[in-house]
Structure formats: structure tokens, C-alpha cells
Write a protein that binds this ligand. Structure first.
Ligand code: SAM
Length: 313
């Protein structure tokens, strides 16, 4: 939707923000709708709206409503930080949004401020309440960061005791807008799982849904589930079926690639639907076999340190 965000999570974006995209660089709502409509005709049946923070873009609801009406689209979902989202939840439910990913790295208001540089914890929790009230499935995304929120792993697991939410612990990736501050991965998926098992030896492995990026677990008799996403280790690439389109219209066939082609530019220069379809099909057919290969194919001057806000997560 946008590269702009109202939080400054240190692992995603520098405090001063990014060199924000201009309105003309961003895809317009019309262009996004055209692209989504074509992709749905080509067989895509699930769309996730993300950013930056989707709800900082003006007039998002009419766009989401139009998107929700695309014939052939089975699932429209959103990833949000929850700061501005609560007042929209009722409408999201009304247009058929059944699942929302809510980013929440800690259940402690002080640590929330330390991680995000913004005093918005109460608003995020209000969004969680509202999503639960409207029976929208909630997946909580929590990035595990050494020295920052490791003490939150157990409280987040405990949240699944009474709430029917899926808490997913994510490996920290180097996409932080600054090439110099990623010191390597300290908490990989194996260590996260070991830590949880230390406290919950009875943790049960669940069957993972088809194309799932998370390995899923449940503490016996708890209402919710726990997932671990090996986003840096990239152990799930073989079953990943996702494509991404950045706010400027760049198609990515892997989170780690540097952009394959620009769909917005093709639309603006008047390329035909046939041409768009063929070019995208070629891109899907020649995607890297995994995130390591995709990263390796990036030019040397384009290493994986752009902000995740320009990719979507
Ligand atoms: N603003 C929305 C939000 O916070 O959910 C959507 C965009 S945000 C970039 C999407 C997800 O990417 C969030 O869950 C965030 O925690 C995650 N993310 C951002 N930078 C990351 C990084 N360096 N490593 C792992 N996850 C990251």
C-alpha cells in the first residue's frame, strides 16, 4: 500500500524514517485494482494487503471494498501494526475480511516503546480486542530479537491459553533500512522452539496448512496456537507460493529478490493485458528455487538491507 509507517520498529526502519516515495511513484488505487484483478483472473485466490502501514494511506476502505468484490478472490487479508486499525474492524468484517495479521513483539508497554519508538501499545491492544470481538481470525507476528524481547516469548505463548489467536515467532531478517546494524541471527527457529519447549515440554506439533510458512504447535488444552517462521533460515522455500508487489509496482517472486519487473511501469506505458500476463507468467516460471538463490542473484550494490516497509513483510 505504501512505504510509510507510524511506528519506527528499530529492526525495520531508521528513526528518521525513509526517503518516502512520492505520490507519482506509488501505485494509484486504480492501478492496484487493475493489477489485482488481472492476477485473480490468472488464478491468484488470496491477497494480503500490507506496507508500510496500510491504514496510514488515505481512503483505504473504498479500495479494500472494491478488492473484496473481485470475482475469484477467496481471501482478502491484511497485515497491520494495529495503531489505527480498531475503528475499521467492523467494516473489515462487513466486507468479508476473515483473518488479520497483527504485529506485536511484546506485551509490555515499556518494551513496546523501546522497540517501536512510539507510545501506541494501548491502541494496538484495542485493535486486538476489536478483532476478537468481531470473530476475525488473528495471527500475531512477533519478531524475536536478542536483548530486546526474548522475555516476551513465554507471555506471548501464554496469550494462547485463553485467546483463540495464533502467535507466530519470526526470525529477525536483515531488512532494516541500514546495512550496518544487522549483527547476524541470534534466535533462529531451532533456538526459539527449544526455548518454548523448556517451559512447555508437552508442546504438541500440529499439521501445517498447505503452503504455510510457519511450523505450528499447540500447548495442550490452550485455545490458540503457536507458530515459528524461519524467515531468515529459509527452510520453507520449497512450499512457498507467494508473490509480492511493492508500493512502486515492483514484482517480487521471493522476499529476498531485488525485484523482477515493474508492473506499474508496464501499465503506465500502455502494455496490453496479454503482454502483462505473459511477462508475469514468465517471471513465475523462472523464480529462484529458494531465498538463498534469490539473494545471490541480487547485484552486489543491492544487498538485502532495504526496509521491510518497502517489501511488506
Ligand atoms: N505495518 C504493518 C505491520 O507492522 O504489520 C505491515 C508491514 S510490516 C513491514 C510487516 C511485518 O514485517 C511485521 O510483522 C514486522 O514485524 C515484520 N518485519 C519488519 N522488519 C522485519 C525484519 N527485519 N525481520 C523480520 N520481520 C520484520
Amino acid at each position: 500500500m505504501t512505504d510509510r509507517c507510524n511506528l519506527r520498529c528499530f529492526y525495520c526502519m531508521p528513526e528518521e524514517g525513509l526517503n518516502w516515495l512520492s505520490r507519482t511513484e506509488l501505485m494509484s488505487y486504480d492501478e492496484m485494482l487493475q493489477i489485482c484483478s488481472l492476477l485473480v483472473k490468472m488464478g491468484i485466490d488470496k491477497i494480503r494487503i500490507t506496507g508500510g502501514e496500510p491504514f496510514v494511506r488515505k481512503d483505504i476502505m473504498p479500495f479494500l471494498t472494491a478488492l473484496s468484490k473481485l470475482y475469484g478472490l477467496n481471501e482478502l487479508t491484511i497485515t497491520t501494526n494495529g495503531v489505527l486499525t480498531a475503528p475499521y474492524v467492523k467494516e473489515l468484517k462487513a466486507i468479508g475480511v476473515k483473518s488479520v495479521n497483527l504485529s506485536l513483539d511484546t506485551l509490555d508497554a515499556n518494551r513496546f516503546f523501546a522497540i517501536t519508538s512510539r507510545d501506541e501499545f494501548a491502541n494496538v491492544m484495542a485493535t486486538l480486542d476489536e478483532l476478537l470481538k468481531y470473530n476475525i481470525e488473528v495471527k500475531i507476528n512477533a519478531v524475536v530479537m536478542d536483548g530486546k524481547n526474548v522475555q516476551d516469548i513465554m507471555p506471548l505463548v501464554e496469550l494462547t491459553k485463553n485467546l483463540p489467536v495464533s502467535v507466530r515467532f519470526i526470525e529477525e531478517m536483515p531488512f532494516n533500512g541500514d546495512a550496518h546494524i544487522y549483527n547476524g541471527l541470534k534466535w533462529d527457529h531451532v533456538r526459539i522452539l527449544e526455548e518454548i519447549k523448556k517451559h512447555y515440554p508437552e508442546l504438541k506439533k500440529l499439521d501445517d496448512p498447505l503452503f504455510s510458512t510457519s511450523h505450528n504447535y499447540q500447548v495442550a488444552a490452550y485455545a490458540g496456537t503457536v507458530g515459528i517462521i524461519a524467515a531468515y533460515s529459509r527452510t520453507f522455500c520449497g512450499t512457498c507460493n507467494r508473490i509480492r508487489i511493492t508500493p512502486v509496482g515492483e514484482l517480487k517472486t521471493c522476499l529476498y529478490d531485488g525485484g523482477i519487473l515493474n508492473i506499474k511501469d508496464m501499465i503506465r506505458r500502455g502494455d496490453s493485458v496479454d503482454m502483462l500476463t505473459k511477462t508475469m507468467m514468465d517471471a513465475f516460471g523462472t523464480r529462484a528455487k529458494d531465498g538463498w538463490e534469490a539473494e545471490g542473484l541480487r547485484p552486489a550494490n543491492n544487498s538485502v538491507h532495504e526496509s521491510m516497509a518497502t517489501i511488506g513483510g
